[in-house]
Design a protein around this ligand. Structure first.
Ligand code: ADP
Length: 520
């Protein structure tokens, strides 16, 4: 069967070899196994359903939220000699009727639709009367409430699968799914664990970097100066900031476009086209930009503000380097920006459980800004890869500042948290460590702890920041929720027992000599 698949790969796409995961996924689909495929952006997910579509009888329906990409996909397929079409809100009614008639007459092997189409009665009627052999669900994380881009219309897919007779084989595909989201997709679509194919999330050509403590505008100007003529995206959190940065760059002679939801649709399309065709090299945008963008030569993605979670970050940053060339993904990190995202979560109308989940995700995003370990490792770990190696090329791996032993400071913090019975959050812990005279500290009798005031020559801000570092490095695990409580991890136990040192890249470290028995 796969020999045929390989032939099709050569004749229709001009490639000699399957990429990692493709063969296994295609094999599963062809043998009727419902499958979840997790591959990085640019990994070659489309071929995993396009090749089976040619080999299976009947039609493959591809469900995708990315309306703007459908036309490109279909054009490419037509060029490759694979009959296909798309039906979405951008197509006139008459044309839709014509396309549906052609689908009914068996003229296409692939039909792309947006999930909302499943609600349209005339479309459902056609679906009932044709042979659908495969249902490919692109961006499958959109079906999960725990994903970063939940779309209620994706839940319609569940009903569709039950309704179609005979049942089509289901192939769900995504590039960004945490273990929790993967599990959710499998449960909702009844995919067995053994049919999850994950090739890994790593994008070898991306260089991650976190920039902190610098004037962001100046950094940006310097960076653009050094990378003149290169195509890149700068993401900012608000429309106002997008407008400000746009003006700033425009004034300095950068060929710049801008994109946010406050501009008319016409203007947005114009700006997008200008970027796609390299009339402007830099695009300043909110996260409204990029979902439907398949520009391969983006050399850098700079986040001027922190996004709301790691999934969004990796998806947005991952728009760099789709052509496989070396590219930069830079986060300009200022801890105070977290408030913008907290505010957005607070204002949104999600239920309490989801809100808490969102806060938890935001905290992991913030920890990315604080970590001094390999950034790529942090990302891969977040997406559930076990023991990912260090990349050796991100900003942290190549940071040559000297490492300072901060084991004593770490022990003070961890020991204090343990003495407070792991029942309090960052602010309270920092107050106890710095010897605050606050009434709350007194109410709990914490002034009697041996760790009270043990770090009093540091400010609460410094201690807070040090706790963020310990959290980012995995010594502390805050609980989910609006007021997270700091808990010790297994690694913290090793630090307290003196089995492992804690090292930090820092210039100055103020530490008081403390007797061992004050700590243990
Ligand atoms: P994804 O949807 O996973 O982001 P695509 O399906 O768009 O990725 O594929 C990314 C690029 O890789 C496309 O240009 C595609 O033609 C190419 N590609 C896919 N499979 C192969 C292969 N086996 N060999 C070479 N190139 C491939």
């Amino acid at each position: 069967m796969l020999t045929k698949g390989k032939q099709l790969l050569q004749t229709h796409f001009g490639y000699n070899q399957f990429r990692k995961g493709q063969e296994e996924i295609i094999q599963k689909v062809l043998t009727g196994k419902d499958t979840l495929a997790i591959m990085p952006t640019g990994g070659g997910k489309s071929i995993c359903y396009q090749i089976p579509a040619m080999m299976l009888p009947g039609v493959t329906i591809v469900i995708s939220p990315l309306i703007s990409l459908m036309k490109d996909q279909v054009d490419a397929l037509e060029k490759a000699g694979i009959p296909s079409t798309y039906i979405n809100s951008g197509v006139s009614n008459d044309e839709i009727q014509q396309r549906l008639a052609d689908v009914y007459n068996g003229e296409y092997k692939l039909v792309y639709i947006a999930p909302e189409r499943l609600e349209v009665a005339s479309f459902r009627k056609i679906m009932d009367s044709i042979h659908i052999s495969c249902l490919a669900i692109d961006e499958a994380h959109c079906i999960s409430q725990w994903g970063h881009d939940f779309r209620p219309s994706y839940l319609l897919i569940k009903r569709l699968i039950n309704d179609i007779q005979p049942k089509p084989v289901v192939l769900a595909l995504t590039a960004t799914a945490t273990p929790q989201v993967q599990q959710d997709i499998c449960e909702l679509l009844h995919i067995e664990d053994e049919n999850v194919v994950m090739t890994g999330f790593e994008r070898e050509n991306l260089h991650f970097q976190v920039v902190k403590g610098q004037d962001r505008d100046r950094f940006l100007m310097d960076y653009l100066e050094k990378n003149q003529g290169q195509s890149g995206i700068i993401y900012a959190a608000t429309r106002k900031e997008v407008d400000r940065l746009y003006q700033l760059l425009d004034k300095r002679g950068v060929l710049v476009g801008r994109y946010h939801a406050g501009l008319s649709e016409k203007k947005r399309n114009e700006e997008q086209e200008r970027f796609l065709y390299d009339d402007v090299t830099v695009m300043v945008a909110t996260n409204a930009f990029g979902m439907g963008i398949n520009k391969s030569n983006v050399r850098f993605v700079v986040h001027y503000h922190i996004p709301r979670n790691m999934e969004s970050y990796y998806q947005e940053a991952g728009r760099a380097g789709r052509d496989g060339e070396e590219s930069d993904c830079i986060l300009l990190f200022a801890p105070q920006d977290t408030h913008i995202q907290s505010f957005l979560i607070e204002q949104s109308d999600m239920d309490e459980q989801r809100r808490e989940n969102e806060y938890g995700k935001l905290r992991k995003m913030v920890a990315y800004g604080h970590t001094e370990s390999c950034l790529q490792q942090y990302i891969l770990h977040y997406f559930g890869e076990e023991d990912p190696p260090e990349c050796g090329k991100c900003g942290n791996c190549t940071d040559e500042r000297e490492q300072i032993d901060v084991t004593r400071d770490a022990q003070m913090v961890l020991s204090c948290i343990r003495r407070m019975k792991e029942r309090f959050g960052k602010t309270m812990v920092a107050q106890v460590l710095t010897g605050s005279a606050s009434q709350k500290v007194k109410n709990f009798g914490f002034q009697n702890l041996s760790t009270y005031g043990i770090m009093k020559e540091k400010s609460q801000k410094e201690v807070n920041e040090f706790i963020d570092f310990l959290t980012a490095e995995g010594y502390l695990k805050p609980t989910d929720g609006t007021y997270p409580i700091l808990m010790l991890t297994e690694r913290a136990g090793d630090i307290l027992k003196g089995k492992e040192p804690v090292l930090r890249k820092e210039k100055v470290q103020i530490s008081r000599i403390v007797e061992d028995d004050e700590l243990f």
